[in-house]
Design a protein around this ligand. Structure first.
Ligand code: NHX
Ligand code: ZN
Length: 246
């Protein structure tokens, strides 16, 4: 349940990492704690506690992560938040871990809509709290744009363009065709695709904004707690969202 999307090689890597951690801790057995840490290492890289971060940056990171978490908590089709942290790991200055409760073979448009809003929650929180935005959201924006584009071009989820696919599958492009051959639609359709991708991203941005404006108190409470204790598990986060004082 903790490793959705992992391929065999990822799991091999994770078991190996867990074993190394257990050996380093002089344990004779690998316990769940090592597996947990190993999963996060595989997903995001090793913890970097020695990274120097200014107080201003720490505040931005905390609000960014709190933004993801609150939007994901509020929108019904987002996966539950498992962990929020502002401890650096690999490339990331902070991250919000959410995991599906069960394995699904199919995804729906409304689920994608909620997930897109969750991905933009970090950026929107920055906008709301600091009247400025940072480069930090780059990976979120990349993933959101890629998902929105797939919704339009692969899954036929745009009402304007209808149940059609556009462009060849990436795998076919990999097999050595010229890049120019992958486009099997007109300039006019290219413009429509861009417009529809933008519409999904814009809609997600507006829904994230609405959620955070509605739950601004929670946003502040979660970010404030993150600045204090750096990491929240799902229970700690849930209590804050339920209004239970620390
Ligand atoms: C930099 N990193 O590159 C610094 C060190 C906005 C609070 N100057 O969205 O850490 O800005 O919710 C995989 C995963 C690039 C690939 C994360 C490639 C992050 C992560 C840029 C949090 N959490 N951004 C986030 C973040 C950054 C980055 C990644 C990646 C921040 C943000 C990285
Ligand atoms: Zn983010």
């Amino acid at each position: 349940k903790l490793t959705p999307g992992f391929v065999g090689a990822d799991i091999e890597n994770l078991v190996n990492e867990a074993a190394i951690l257990a050996a380093r801790r002089n344990q004779k057995q690998v316990s769940m704690d090592e597996f947990q840490e190993a999963i996060e290492r595989v997903v995001a890289g090793p913890e970097r506690r020695s990274r120097l971060i200014t107080d201003e940056e720490k505040e931005v990171i905390a609000y960014h992560e709190a933004g993801h978490a609150v939007v994901q908590h509020v929108l019904p089709k987002c996966d539950p938040v498992r962990k929020i942290t502002i401890v650096s790991r690999g490339m990331a200055l902070g991250y919000t871990m959410s995991l599906p409760e069960d394995d699904h073979l199919l995804q729906s448009r409304n689920k994608f809509r909620d997930q897109l809003a969750g991905m933009l929650g970090g950026r929107v929180a920055e906008e709301m709290m600091f009247d400025d935005i940072t480069t930090g959201a780059s990976n979120d924006l990349e993933r959101a744009t890629e998902l929105a584009r797939k919704m339009v071009t692969r899954y036929g989820m745009s009402d304007a363009l209808g149940p059609m696919t556009f462009g060849q599958k990436e795998e076919l492009v990999f097999l050595g065709r010229e890049i120019s051959e992958q486009r099997d639609y007109s300039d006019a359709v290219a413009q429509q695709i861009d417009q529809e991708v933008r519409a999904f991203v814009d809609e997600a941005h507006d829904r994230a904004q609405q959620a955070l404006e509605e739950h601004r108190d929670n946003l502040v409470a979660v970010a404030t707690r993150l600045i204090e204790i750096e990491t929240l598990d799902s229970d700690q986060f849930g209590l804050i969202m339920d209004g239970v004082p620390a």
